[in-house]
Design a protein around this ligand. Structure first.
Ligand SMILES: [Zn+2]
Length: 439
């Protein structure tokens, strides 16, 4: 698929912030990992790739777009979010297993209808862009057509998207179950052949979570991963205590919840596991050895009362951690809101998450963990220009706060804490402006 091209080269002027490496955990001194270039120019060539950054204005062959006084960041990467669950965001009063049965499964049933799936995918991706998220790892529903719709809508927008049809063959309403292992495998194989590696799209083998797949279906999913190391895998692990206990009943031979996936061959460097709240040191060692990453979903963990993810222990064990909205368990697509919730979760766990650690995990860190560092997540030359332009402050409270900040970390932390999608001025995907706030 040819990427949509911006046709003309252009340069964005503003305060550029990205990362060149992972900042040390809880280290406020930016050091060399944080690259803050106030009032600089970001150059984007005709192919939608970043050519570089510079302090002086480029020559007049570049269309100059002046965002002086605004913050320019790499587009956010949301590593775990459910497209069909926008329809049940902010649903009252349930923990994970109730919440699935009461809200989520009924909402997902509607996505068997191609028209619902198509409109839902378009609404979802436009909402991501309007929140400054330009790339995502996304759950569709069990229906093949729901994954098709997401791939088509992402292709139309030039977005980096990783998704797949959900695998479920037990413990859910009949309308959401694969007919059998063979038919689920056929659906996956068809979708992989049609979409995996096309443009900026990748397929993720997507068992929802251990309780809704039989061992035979998990084994099939593992075999798909073994057959093609370029495939991603996404699932949930150890989110909630009742769920962990249920998995122990369903898989009595497994050492732990994570071990169910390890035995099925589902842990590898392209595996994204949401939550990981209730893991132990042995699990973390397995994650580290496999190269799989955890998608920390703080807003969801708070909203559903699931528990406090121990990021410091994961970091200590060398496990890659990205940040995710997990909408609709999470209550906002805004990555800043999720990062502030992440800070609160860490505070409750006796830790402190710096703005650097949070913003890195939502940009370069996620790109690195997904094997996409050559494509997105930073302003390095040659990467695609997935770039967002943000107001530093919206409204009198944030404006007053911004006036008294001392130092760069305090300034950026206050932005992270007080901003949301209302701060987004524009979002570029591969150098094409795909969102601009109505003036
Ligand atoms: Zn989820």
């Amino acid at each position: 698929m040819p990427l949509a091209t911006p046709q003309e080269k252009f340069a964005l002027r503003g305060d550029l912030l990205d990362f060149t490496a992972a900042p040390a955990w809880a280290e406020l001194d930016p050091g060399s990992a944080v690259r803050f270039q106030p009032d600089h120019w970001l150059l984007v060539d005709e192919t939608g790739r970043i050519q570089g950054t510079q302090a002086e204005a480029p020559d007049e062959s570049w269309r100059q777009i002046d965002h002086r006084g605004r913050l320019i960041l790499p587009g956010f990467i949301d590593t775990h979010v459910h497209a069909p669950q926008l329809d049940v965001i902010a649903s009252y009063g349930a923990e994970l297993l109730d919440w699935l049965n009461t809200y989520t499964f009924p909402a997902e049933c509607r996505y068997a209808d191609p028209a619902v799936a198509r409109l839902g995918a378009e609404r979802f991706l436009d909402a991501l862009l309007a929140h400054g998220t330009t790339a995502a790892v996304v759950f569709a529903t069990v229906h093949k057509v729901s994954a098709e719709a997401l791939f088509e809508a992402a292709q139309a927008r030039g977005m980096r998207l990783i998704t797949g049809k959900v695998l479920m063959d037990r413990n859910a309403p009949a309308a959401l179950l694969d007919a059998d292992v063979a038919s689920a495998e056929r659906d996956c194989v068809d979708l992989i052949a049609r979409w995996h590696g096309v443009g900026r799209l990748s397929y993720a083998v997507t068992p929802r979570f251990a309780p809704t797949s039989t061992p035979a279906q998990l084994a099939m999913a593992g075999a798909l991963c073994r057959a093609d190391a370029s495939l991603y895998m996404q699932t949930h692990v150890a989110e909630n205590r009742a769920e962990v206990a249920w998995v122990a009943e369903l898989f009595p031979d497994a050492r732990s919840y994570l071990d169910v996936y390890a035995r099925a061959g589902l842990l590898h460097p392209r595996a994204v596991l949401a939550h990981g709240v209730w893991l132990d040191d042995a699990d973390r060692a397995v994650l580290k050895a496999s190269g799989a990453q955890i998608a920390f979903s703080p807003s969801s963990n708070l909203f559903l009362g699931s528990g406090l993810f121990d990021w410091a222990a994961a970091a200590e064990a060398g496990v890659a951690v990205s940040v995710a909205s997990d909408v609709g368990g999470g209550s906002s697509l805004s990555m800043q809101r999720n990062l502030l919730d992440g800070y609160k979760v860490q505070a409750l766990a006796g830790q402190r998450m710096s703005a650097w650690a949070g913003l890195h995990a939502a940009t370069r860190g996620a790109a690195e963990a997904l094997g996409l560092i050559g494509e997105i997540g930073h302003f390095g030359a040659g990467t695609l220009a997935d770039v967002c332009v943000w107001d530093w402050a919206v409204g009198p409270v944030a404006a007053a706060r911004a006036e008294v900040v001392r130092g760069l970390h305090e300034r950026v932390f206050a932005w992270m804490g007080l901003s949301d999608e209302r701060n987004l001025h524009s979002a570029y995907v591969a150098g094409v402006e795909r969102f601009r706030r109505a003036s």
